[in-house]
Design a protein around this ligand. Sequence first.
Ligand code: CDP
Length: 219
Amino acid sequence: MTPAFVIAVDGPAASGKGTVATRLGRELGLPVLDTGLLYRAVGVLTQGAGEDPDDPAAAAAIAILLTAERLEDPALRTRAAGELASRVAIHPGVRAALLDFQRAFAHQPGGAVLDGRDIGTVICPEAPAKLYVTATPEVRAGRRWKQLTGQGEVVSFDDVLADIHRRDARDGGRDNAPLRRADDAALLDTTEMSIELAADAARRIVEAARARWEKSRSG
Ligand code: CDP
């Protein structure tokens, strides 16, 4: 089997990783998986089924039955869905249930781009290209506030900043697959960058990684 060129894009909430991943996919002709949607779907469906998202068995039962069509729902993009996602993402049973789907996506012929929290550390530790995209909490909150209000949500900047701090603490503090930069991931701090600049920088990082990867395979 030809090894797949997998690009792992990790980082905290609203760091720009989703936009970077989407642009890389478009420019390189690779399929993109926003793995946050998996956790968002599990959170929303668990609550929708009248179950408690903090109940590990209830959330894992939903995760096992999750299908790709569920990821299309616009309701997954809301602020509430992000909060539910980070609550169910703590449960090891939920993470285990979503593992095969993510790995199969990553290893499709030609390769893929995946963005999330643990792609470079747990899902695809062997990925030849890894980026860790970050920015200050204030800048991330500003971006998320703009996105949410653009979707019609009514929310203050301070509340969004509090969400970001809470999610950073939960995602970074959990025992199972906590958010952290893989040792071999390139750091991309987008605090002072427009999305254009961030996407350009990401492309250069990936091009260099691809050249190293091709050299290692031919040599
Ligand atoms: O867009 P944003 O970065 O706010 O969130 P997301 O990527 O959609 O992820 C929502 C939540 O799902 C995160 O706060 C994590 O708790 C969880 N998640 C995870 O644990 N592992 C992933 N690979 C992706 C998301």
